[in-house]
Design a binder for this molecule. Structure first.
Ligand SMILES: [Zn+2]
Length: 414
């Protein structure tokens, strides 16, 4: 067909021959045929394989829109019999195996999913969020294969859990402290999952790990102790500080319940609204929140002390000088132990029990903003992933966004 190569180029069809173009109900349909050297290849491995049958006959793949018009590629989709993969649909150069979308369409959807909101991706690409989930799994698998071993050269890592489905399910995530990237993630939160990561890493590379950070969970710390002979275990500042936030919230809730019980509904409502003022870093408070905090300081000494305890613990991890940071931690412990606020006395006990791991954190200066940013992003991703069909799709979204596996946009260098 004249002008066929233009359409082949526009739709990312590679060497395929365009036989015709039609417009059907506001859709452009481009009929394509493979060149001889591209036909009869296994859809999985790409090796030559004898033909098996015609499969489902002709089928369509959604391509990137042409202008504002939806576009499809239509071609034969015969089956071949691969020595290794059995009877499978033959490969087409423009699409990933098992997909109803072209590679360029999927790359663009994946790129967008790592930057934009759910609704922006779905509206622009005109696909459902569930479909986005399936697409990014393929994109990530592809990028992973292209970029090779992602576990090479790891020295300092953090192991963390992420909850999804409203806290009913968990994935385990491994972040590299040096690159600030997510390097591994899997469904589950138990010793077995952590052990699986170390299995993949292999004995040699486990012994090269210098530092592993995590929360207080035994399911991580115990396996690290067993498998990483040369690593120092550090406790994540992120988690320690969030324990303090929880302790503070417990105090706020108690005060709130008291106000409610005593019939002070205005006071109760006011306290409920004070939550953000107590949670946020002081330097980020709005004027109104600052005023709220000042009122708390005046009318509720206990809640205000709990707030100061939380803030003081956060500052321990911001102190750049190790000796000074340890001194601050000591001072905090002394204060918290005799503060007579139940939740903070308890926290002081927990922190004493894990003292060595926290001092290791302060010594190795693990409190870096980059890892904290990854943690925050990962938590946002688990919320955005709501509506995906599987943990794998959630993991794929995380890998695209903070795992360095974002595909290049079609037609741009990666
Ligand atoms: Zn094969």
């Amino acid at each position: 067909m004249r002008g066929g190569s233009v359409f082949a180029r526009l739709l990312g069809l590679g060497r395929a021959v365009v036989e015709g173009v039609t417009i059907e109900e506001d859709e452009v349909v481009v009929r394509a045929r493979l060149r001889r050297r591209d036909v009869s290849r296994c859809g999985v491995c790409g090796r030559r394989a004898p033909g098996y049958d015609r499969g489902a006959g002709r089928r369509r793949w959604r391509a990137l829109d042409l202008g504002a018009t939806r576009a499809f590629v239509e071609a034969e989709a015969p089956r071949v019999s691969c020595r290794e993969h059995g009877v499978v649909v033959a490969r087409v150069p423009w699409a990933r195996h098992g997909s109803w979308f072209t590679r360029e369409f999927e790359d663009q959807a994946g790129w967008l999913a790592s930057y934009c909101s759910k609704s922006a991706v779905c509206e622009l690409m005109r696909i459902s969020w569930l479909t986005v989930g399936r697409i990014i799994e393929r994109v990530v698998a592809d990028e992973q294969a292209k970029r090779g071993d992602r576990l090479a050269g790891l020295r300092r890592i953090g192991i963390d859990e992420l909850s999804y489905r409203k806290g009913q399910r968990y994935i385990t995530a491994v972040v590299c402290h040096d690159s600030g990237r997510l390097v591994w993630a899997a469904d589950g939160r138990d010793k077995k999952t952590v052990a699986r990561f170390f299995d993949e890493l292999g004995k040699q590379r486990c012994s090269e790990l210098e530092l592993v950070s995590s929360d207080l969970g035994e399911w991580i710390t115990r396996v690290v102790g067993e498998r990483c002979p040369n690593a120092t275990l550090c406790l994540d500042p992120f988690h320690i500080v969030s324990l303090a936030s929880d302790a503070l919230d417990e105090v706020r809730r108690e005060v709130w319940n008291e106000a409610r019980r005593s019939g002070d509904s205005a006071g109760a409502r006011w306290l409920k609204g004070a939550r953000w003022a107590l949670w946020k870093r002081p330097e980020r408070l709005s004027e109104r929140q600052q005023a709220k905090l000042a009122t708390i300081a005046r009318v509720n000494r206990q809640l205000y002390r709990a707030y100061l305890l939380k803030e003081q613990l956060r500052i321990v991890f911001q102190e750049p000088d190790t000796a000074a940071a340890i001194a601050l931690l000591e001072a905090w412990l002394a204060w918290a132990r005799r503060c007579r606020i139940k939740s903070f006395v308890k926290l002081a006990k927990t922190i004493s029990e894990h003292y060595a791991g926290i001092v290791a954190t302060l010594t190795h200066r693990l409190s870096n903003a980059r890892t904290e940013a990854v943690n925050t992003t990962l938590r946002l991703i688990t919320r955005r992933a709501y509506g995906f069909h599987s943990a794998d799709a959630l993991i794929a979204l995380a890998m695209l966004t903070v795992g360095g596996l974002r595909p290049a946009l079609p037609g741009r260098p990666s």
